[in-house]
Design a protein around this ligand. Structure first.
Ligand SMILES: Nc1ncnc2c1ncn2[C@@H]1O[C@H](COP(=O)(O)OP(=O)(O)OP(=O)(O)O)[C@@H](O)[C@H]1O
Ligand SMILES: [Mg+2]
Length: 439
């Protein structure tokens, strides 16, 4: 692995370079940002170790430029003690890790080894990718757009490996579905897929739930019980909402993962637990580690491979296919969405992502009488959301007016006198506005 050390402090630069050379790495160094970029432009570099504060081009700027040139370059940023906020920012910029001054060489070496391991995984996975067919998936899943294609290709690459996978994404983006896909495309697809919802199990029951217990281990433990870990042997253990795992259990889970063995609560015998682990989170786990709420070592253990799921608003190209998919699932007759209704959907932000879209389709199918779902059949939040968030003031007011008139007319079965009354306008004004809006 080729490492580039960038630091304006000559003493520290020499110290780091000497140390890493002694550890067998191929190391180059640069005294400032410009020199670093000049070198980077000419030689392949796998990892940069960057001082954050340097005169001229600072670490942020240098890293941003390197990432632009070579997105896969790995980086460790060296920052002044206690600057946690910048550490978070630096990670956002693409640094894999941050190290505080004064640099502890053992920690540095650990971090480098971790990055090295990740590089090896990525290379192996790329080899595996060549041999799998991308088309046939053992699960029903919509994802024709580029964002989902990327995800599916990532799943294909990582599924055959034994590495832990961390799926991250907002609520309803399909984390569980993707976890099942990892399982089904993996070597133990015949084995069980066992789910643990870390957010739903009370802390005092968690250990027994995960590892099981022996008879009489605690009051109420009438018989021996196998935990989820044991049930997942030969298959996949899906740790959902891993960010909610109580701190008291984090070291226990870590140990079981590291040693691939554990004991039931109240038990002496060690049980082999060779399971594939897939975790999911809708929180920023890395942020939780910087805040000290999630153990860093556990984070790295779970996140050997990261599959980020994009929110639906960033892959709107999939909306029409998803709508068709859910129509087939929920409609007992041929039903379709009007183009205007689809347009309205595509303008919506979907805070609940695919699950929210699923519910919208399900609701529309249930409520609509004919076989066409029109814009007005969509829930008001979605129609008004559009009205209230798009266009100029006049356009928005127009949209709101149109919306209210339509709703009032529907509510009063088209009786204009009553619709006008409920809107607080005269019938004459209502008719004028209906004409204006083409209602
Ligand atoms: N690509 C997809 N194609 C078809 N259906 C999907 C897709 N992704 C998700 N879904 C469906 O959307 C719903 C939500 O997905 P899922 O439960 O996997 O999301 P999640 O990310 O685990 O959500 P949460 O964070 O709330 O647990 C499910 O009914 C799932 O089948
Ligand atoms: Mg879920």
């Amino acid at each position: 692995m080729k490492i580039l050390v960038v630091d304006d402090d000559a003493l520290q630069r020499r110290l780091l370079t000497g140390f890493l050379k002694k550890k067998g790495y191929d190391v180059a160094d640069a005294a400032d940002g410009r020199e670093a970029l000049a070198y980077f432009n000419q030689q392949p570099v796998d990892l940069v170790i960057l001082d954050h504060r340097m005169p001229g081009l600072d670490g942020d700027a240098v890293l941003a430029e390197m990432k632009r040139l070579t997105p896969l370059v790995r980086a460790v940023m060296i920052t002044a003690y206690g600057t946690v906020t910048t550490a978070v920012e630096v990670m956002k910029l693409g640094a894999d890790d941050v190290l505080e001054k004064p640099v502890d060489l053992t920690t540095l070496l650990e971090k480098i080894q971790r990055i090295e391991q990740g590089l090896a995984v990525a290379e192996d996975a790329a080899d595996v990718a060549e041999t799998v067919d991308r088309k046939d998936l053992p699960i029903n899943l919509v994802g024709g757009g580029p964002a989902m294609q990327e995800v599916i290709s990532l799943v294909h690459r990582v599924a055959p490996t034994p590495w832990a996978v961390l799926i991250s994404g907002e609520t309803g983006t399909g984390k569980e579905l993707i976890a099942r896909l990892v399982h089904l495309l993996g070597p133990s697809s015949d084995g069980p897929f066992v789910e643990v919802n870390c957010g739903a199990i009370p802390e005092n029951l968690f250990e027994s739930e995960l590892f099981g217990h022996e008879k009489g281990a605690f009051t109420g433990a009438a018989g021996t019980r196998r935990g989820r870990f044991e049930l997942a042997v030969g298959g996949t253990l899906f740790l959902d909402e891993i960010g909610e795992l109580p701190p008291s259990l984090q070291p226990k889970l870590l140990r079981a993962l590291q040693e691939k063995r554990f004991c039931r609560v109240g038990g002496e015998r060690e049980i082999e637990a060779d399971v594939r682990v897939v975790a999911a989170t809708n929180r920023d786990l890395r942020q939780l580690t910087t805040e000290g709420r999630f153990r860093e070592d556990l984070y790295y253990r779970l996140n050997v491979f990261d599959i980020p799921l994009p929110p639906l608003r960033e892959r709107k190209e999939d909306i029409p296919d998803l709508v068709d998919f859910f129509l087939r699932r929920y409609a007992d007759r041929p039903v379709r969405f009007d183009p205007e209704a689809l347009m309205t959907l595509s303008r919506y932000a979907f805070p609940g992502n695919i699950r929210e879209l699923e519910h919208i389709v399900q609701r529309a199918v249930t409520l609509v009488r004919g076989n066409r779902i029109r814009e007005r059949d969509l829930p008001p939040e979605i129609r008004f959301h559009q009205a209230a968030h798009q266009g100029t003031l006049a356009e928005r007011l127009d949209a709101v007016e149109r919306e209210m008139i339509q709703t009032a007319l529907e509510k009063h079965d088209g009786v204009q006198t009553r619709a006008a009354e409920s809107l607080g306008i005269s019938e004459r004004v209502l008719r004028y506005k209906m004409k204006k809006h083409g209602v």
